[in-house]
Design a protein around this ligand. Structure first.
Ligand code: SF4
Ligand code: SF4
Length: 289
């Protein structure tokens, strides 16, 4: 990404002051109330794998729509891409074929936003974690800090962008639900206040203990997220990252930032270390293939 050298140095100066003063970790502002964010609940037991959510997302953001060959097939793991913000995969499990949906988790205290020196990644008060092309300097710290491996970078472009789900922030501002939720014919996706969705999720588990595994993925992972999942099988079976810390990731780096003045040199190494510590078994396997 082209960026004027003077602008770049200015950005580093501002960001450096922010980091050493820890303002980038939300120290100067009260933490947002994770219970009051908007959120989305994916009830995986209801998901039919129809990909209507994928089509709706592609249409909303002007991205390529899945081709006829691009359907969920348990022998292939389709990945998120810079131009694919959400993906439905089929997984063979102990209760048969199950469909998973992957996208940004919209963490309550996102590691990506804390790592971002220019505040291009930002947690909005309504819930979405958004990316601002005008502020991004292409450092990719958001990518290496994310415990869910979500942001994708357009390596092949002369003007590369970071691609990830924005939770339809613009639609939320108009009082509308995200495009994927509106499109889901099976009501597998529900949009609402996070606290309400957690109540719904726990009631479903309580009322149907044989249908659901007793875990709402996203309730505590990474300190809580705006994307919640209910599943018929343990999330590890679905390939979800179950090594994720329950503390917010920015908190894990706080002590380090207070004590190390040369944070700029060590910051990428720290982010990489955190990321390595929480890699899924399948990611590790892929590296050894
Ligand atoms: S899942 Fe990753 S990209 Fe999304 S908000 Fe959390 S840290 Fe940021
Ligand atoms: S639209 Fe609904 S049922 Fe269809 S794949 Fe997406 S979440 Fe599943």
């Amino acid at each position: 990404m082209s960026i004027d050298r003077r602008e770049f140095l200015k950005t580093l100066g501002v960001a450096g002051a922010g980091l050493t003063g820890v303002s980038a970790l939300g120290k100067s502002k009260p933490e947002p109330d994770a219970e009051e964010f908007y959120a989305i609940l994916h009830d995986i037991t209801l998901c039919e794998g129809c990909q209507e959510c994928e089509f709706a997302c592609a249409t909303e953001y002007g991205l390529p729509t899945p081709s006829d060959d691009d359907y969920p097939d348990s022998s292939v793991k389709r990945e998120l891409l810079p131009e694919r913000y959400t993906v439905i995969n089929a997984v063979e499990t102990s209760v048969g074929e199950v469909y998973t949906k992957q996208q940004c988790m919209h963490c309550a205290q996102p590691a990506c936003a804390s790592a971002c020196l220019t505040q291009a990644m930002k947690k909005q008060e309504s819930g979405p974690v958004t990316w601002d092309a005008g502020k991004c300097m292409g450092c990719r710290y958001c990518m290496i800090s994310c415990p869910f491996d979500i942001p994708k970078f357009e390596y092949d472009s002369n003007n590369p962008k970071i691609g990830k789900c924005q939770m339809c922030f613009d639609k939320l501002k108009e009082g509308e639900a995200p495009a994927c939720v509106e499109a889901c014919p099976a009501e597998a996706l529900i949009f609402g206040k996070r606290s309400d969705l957690l109540r719904i999720a726990h009631k479903r588990i309580l009322d149907n203990p044989g249908t659901y595994t007793d875990h709402v993925y996203g309730e505590f992972e990474a300190g809580g997220t705006s994307w919640l999942n209910l599943s018929p099988v343990p999330f590890k079976e679905l390939g979800f990252n179950t090594n994720v810390e329950t503390k917010p990731y920015p908190e894990l780096t706080k002590g380090f930032l207070y004590s190390v003045p040369s944070v700029f040199i060590l910051w990428p190494a720290l982010l990489m270390g955190l990321r390595e510590a929480t890699r899924t078994d399948s990611e590790e396997g892929a590296d050894h293939e």
